[in-house]
Design a protein around this ligand. Structure first.
Ligand SMILES: [Ca+2]
Length: 338
């Protein structure tokens, strides 16, 4: 009994110390939790402020890029036919301004009809072999393919035509391996579609900035030769003699007319041509027919790229515009580039 009674007495002083230790631990835990909550709240507020600032900067840049496209469209509408030709004699016009310190907007306006439109390969209601002066659209595009380094472009042209034409007759009309999809039988809307046309390498139409300014004729990058003007047509979209490059003009008219092309390049340096007639005067019958069917002195389709930049951040808008002879400008496409 004595032994049993002594034990609780001996352990009594230890109990309050243990409780005090537990309380201290609980208080410390509470303090740590409150501190963590406060820190987390501050961090959350900081992240929200950063996100709001980021969003505001993005919105500002997107708006500036859009204003850039709109400004180019207004400029194109205000220009006379002659001014529009003068503005784009080299095929390009570039403008840059700074709406605020550290912010720049660069707008590039490009004449799309200085290049060969791939959608010309299918013309509604016209046989594929329709020609102008002994030259079909397939001849012209085939020549341009050779200028881009493709020795035998027949297969790729056939695949492209099957992609667009409404019939199911060609070799490339069969369901594609793996996907079982078929060609859409519709015109091309964007260069990215070419990634799915048999025989075309990915990003085939993407400009190559590392290329020299004037590469040899048979090493011309595809992006310098071809373009895509979406929509149906009853005749080929013509190439503008004032803005087309030497390789494009040679593809249209044929290498046999190189002296004529060289003379044209010299003549247009003096002033833009506003009529095809003087050009036709000295040409033989075949050349006259080619000029009439495939060349023009005005352009209707333009691409605008506007880039707004602030520090490391950029936002880009791209639009496809169509300008009528009277000056009305319609927007056919407008997309954002991230
Ligand atoms: Ca087809």
């Amino acid at each position: 009994m004595k032994h049993r009674a002594q034990n609780p007495v001996a352990s009594q002083p230890a109990a309050p110390a243990k409780r005090r230790g537990t309380v201290t631990l609980l208080v410390l835990l509470l303090v740590a939790t409150v501190a963590a909550l406060v820190t987390q709240g501050q961090l959350g507020a900081y992240i929200r402020r950063r996100a709001a600032g980021h969003h505001a900067a993005e919105t500002r840049l997107r708006r500036l890029a859009f204003e850039g496209v709109r400004g180019a469209a207004r400029q194109l509408a205000a220009a006379t036919e002659g001014d529009a030709t003068n503005l784009l004699r080299s095929g390009f016009a570039q403008l840059e301004w700074s709406p605020a310190p550290g912010t720049t907007v660069t707008v590039t306006l490009e004449d799309l009809e200085r290049k060969l439109d791939l959608n010309n390969l299918y013309i509604e209601g016209e046989p594929a072999e329709a020609e102008g002066g002994g030259r079909t659209v397939a001849d012209i595009l085939g020549e341009a393919f050779r200028f881009s380094g493709e020795a035998a472009p027949g297969e790729r042209l056939a695949a492209l035509r099957d992609w667009m034409d409404p019939d199911q007759d060609g070799f490339h009309e069969a369901p594609w391996p793996d996907t079982d999809a078929r060609p859409p039988n519709y015109w091309l809307d964007a260069p990215a579609e070419l990634d799915f046309v048999p025989g075309f390498a990915p990003a085939w139409l993407t400009p190559r900035p590392e290329m020299p300014e004037a590469p040899p004729l048979f090493a011309t990058p595809p992006a310098e030769l071809f373009t895509i003007i979406p929509g149906p047509r009853r005749e080929p979209w013509r190439v503008n003699v004032n803005s087309a490059s030497r390789p494009v003009l040679l593809a249209v008219l044929g290498l046999e007319h190189q002296p004529w092309v060289e003379a044209l390049l010299i003549e247009r340096q003096a002033r833009p041509l506003d009529d095809l007639e003087p050009l036709q005067a000295g040409a033989d019958q075949a050349l006259q027919a080619r000029l009439a069917r495939y060349l023009a002195v005005r352009s209707r389709h333009f691409a605008v790229r506007a880039r707004a930049r602030e520090a490391e951040r950029t936002r880009e808008a791209w639009a496809l515009l169509r300008r009528e002879a009277e000056g009305q400008v319609s927007w056919l496409r407008c997309v954002w580039h991230p």
